[in-house]
Design a protein around this ligand. Structure first.
Ligand code: G6P
Length: 627
């Protein structure tokens, strides 16, 4: 979703902002813009669509006829041929994922107050923007866009005291909702003002200036250490310094956090798409995730052990997450119930928030998130903590909001995931869940001896077998995709863990290929949905979980009798189907990890054959920071 970058320093500003925006692209966006401060004015350039459009618009504004750029702005935009850097340069940039108003140039950030005094970019949602618009209109200020954000710029100008920090402290309490803000003031060209509530915001110092970003990925490679703004914090960035203030205006001292591992640059490394590359990285992601958790000869969660203290008293486990993270939680339930004997459930974070909360200090709440920034998951975590639950995060991004607030964290080691559709992070989540379940079982005395040894042995073999599965799936999934890609509907079936695998497979297919896909618990299909099965309807059936395969096979027959083209993923050689792909024999709890690989490839090839934008599917965002 929306991304923020800001820079105050001596280098040409626009190239730094554009590079930062490129690093934020993976979050998903539909328009972009930057604003550059100059003498007593702030110049905006915005464009609907991809960053290439913004680059073209910038070029045009600098070079085109009637270009109104001063020399300092020209330097900020293109860099100085003579090595002269603008001494007082600052700018902010934004990628917007539309919420209020269409993704047009007019609605793109940065937004500016009518008199041009305040220019800003915003992540989050201002929930009372209608009331604030009405207030502004009554007082003679008409908003020019459909966005919620514009009211902030207009209010700042309305209440302007000539001191932006003071003005911000006056306006911010009037805003309901969430915000990460980067603000330029027309009379102070080298300064960025920042504020944060509920949406993440980081500041960093490099050797030639200071930076602001909504996401650590945008700060690299310029700085690996960053300061994290807390809710209510304000910050003032100049070329030389970053100063922090609380809501009362008291200056605060913050300690920078150093990223303990390098987030590599987003590079395709010869692959056609990031998704393809990230699929190939799954064995490594799983290996790196498991390694610290199994290092001591048995499962051990390191600092996250805290969440399992007094494991005997844990009487319920609740997974919370969204999208694929929820699917990983569904798998976690099955594995934990089986290995640790604790009742477990997985709830969608967005739904959990409106439920009557019946959790307490004996409930282990596990929040699962790749980005660590998903707003619904973060809010659900806060709700669980407030109810007294012990909380544990399974998170891929260090320093993210959910990682910071989870209490205990198991980090998945998938590295930067760029494609919107998750692959390696999901596989790493499953790996973390397996290790967690094993440790919980060990602590509760439900998993030991041969059973433990067999499980650990299977986990050790997982990365290698995933590697083989990747290579072996390619050809067959391309064949399946050639048949499925022309269709408009597809169904996925499975029971127990296979149902979770089916849900993940159908999500992958619909998000990147735009084929309507639904996953059903195989036994449930006949209670309504089977009426949609027609001659040639593709039905992908996951038959990996021993004990339920025979029943799913009966369900396969039911749809086949109604004309469905059945595609079956299984590691049981006795399963027959029109198209069958045989996966490696594995531990009964790990089949879901293997099924994920061909299902990803199936979605990938369908999307490719349909000419879809695989890494950046329409309307989707990688980091969903609105509720
Ligand atoms: C978005 C992504 C999904 C992801 C979900 C949860 O919808 O497109 O792939 O599963 O968010 O994201 P998280 O970062 O919390 O794992």
């Amino acid at each position: 979703m929306c991304g923020i970058i800001g820079y105050a320093g001596t280098k040409p500003v626009a190239p730094i902002l554009l590079e930062g925006l490129e690093r934020l692209e993976y979050r998903g966006y539909d328009s972009a813009g930057i604003a550059l401060a100059a003498e007593n004015t702030v110049v905006r350039t915005r464009a609907a669509g991809r960053l290439a459009n913004l680059r073209a618009a910038l070029e045009k504004s600098v070079a085109g006829p009637g270009a109104n750029h001063s020399e300092s702005l020209r330097q900020q935009t293109r860099g100085s041929s003579g090595g002269l850097a603008a001494p007082q340069a600052a700018g902010v940039g934004h990628t917007r994922w539309a919420t209020h108003g269409a993704p047009t140039e007019q609605n793109a950030h940065p937004h500016q107050s009518n008199g041009g005094k305040y220019t800003l970019v915003h992540n989050g949602i201002i929930e009372n923007y209608q009331a604030l618009r009405t207030f502004l209109a009554k007082n003679g200020t008409e908003c020019r866009t459909e966005t919620d954000t514009e009211v902030i710029a207009q209010l700042l100008e309305f209440y302007d005291t000539g001191n932006p920090l003071e003005t911000l402290r006056r306006v911010l309490p009037q805003l309901e909702g969430s915000y990460a803000l980067a603000v330029l003031y027309y009379a102070q060209p080298g300064i960025i003002y920042a504020a944060k509530r509920k949406s993440p915001l980081l500041a960093a110092q490099s050797h030639h200036g200071t930076l602001l970003a909504s996401d650590a990925a945008a700060l690299l490679p310029l700085s690996r250490a960053h300061y994290r703004l807390e809710d209510g914090d304000l910050a003032v960035l100049t070329r030389h310094s970053i100063r922090f203030f609380d809501g009362e205006g008291q200056e605060q001292i913050k300690t920078p956090q150093v990223m303990s591992r390098h987030i590599s640059a987003a590079e395709k490394k010869g692959y056609e798409h990031f998704m393809r590359k990230e699929m190939a990285e799954q064995p490594e992601a799983v290996r790196l995730t498991l390694e610290p958790l199994l290092r001591q000869g048995g499962p051990h969660l390191g600092s996250a052990e805290e969440a399992l203290r007094g494991a005997d008293r844990i009487d319920r486990v609740l997974f919370l997450g969204c999208g694929s993270a929820w699917h990983a939680g569904m798998c976690g339930c099955v594995v934990i119930e089986e290995l640790a004997g604790v009742p477990a459930a997985a709830a969608l974070a967005s739904e959990f928030r409106s439920q009557v909360v019946t959790i307490n200090q004996n409930t282990l709440v596990i929040v699962v998130s790749q980005s660590g920034e998903t707003a619904d998951t973060l809010m659900a975590l806060r709700q669980a903590k407030a109810a007294g639950a012990r909380t544990l995060g399974i998170i891929n991004v260090e320093g993210s909001s959910i990682a910071e607030e989870s209490g205990s964290v198991i980090f998945t080691r998938a590295g930067l995931e760029v494609a919107v559709a998750t692959t390696k992070a999901y596989s790493a989540q499953l790996a973390a869940v397996y290790a967690l379940a094993a440790r919980l079982g060990q602590l509760r005395g439900t998993l030991g001896g041969g059973k433990m040894r067999a499980f650990l042995h299977a986990l050790a073999a997982l990365p290698g077998l995933l590697e083989e599965t990747l290579a072996a799936s390619e050809e067959e999934m391309l064949r399946w995709a050639e048949e499925i890609a022309p269709k408009e509907h597809a169904y996925f079936l499975g029971r127990n863990l296979d149902w979770a695998a089916a849900l993940e497979g159908s999500l992958k297919l619909k998000e990147i290929s735009y084929i309507h896909a639904e996953a059903y618990a195989a036994g449930e299909l006949k209670h309504g949905t089977i009426s949609l099965i027609e001659q040639g309807t593709p039905v992908v059936s996951v038959c990996m979980r021993p004990g339920v395969v025979a029943k799913t096979m009966s369900n396969n027959e039911e749809v086949r009798a109604r004309g469905a083209a059945v595609y079956c993923l299984t590691n049981d050689p006795s399963v027959t189907a029109r198209r069958r792909f045989l996966l490696p024999a594995c531990h009964p709890l790990l089949g879901v990890s293997f099924a994920a690989v061909p299902l990803q490839l199936l979605a990938y090839h369908c999307a490719r054959l349909r000419g879809c934008d695989i890494d950046k599917p329409r309307s989707l965002a990688k980091s969903v920071t609105v509720e």
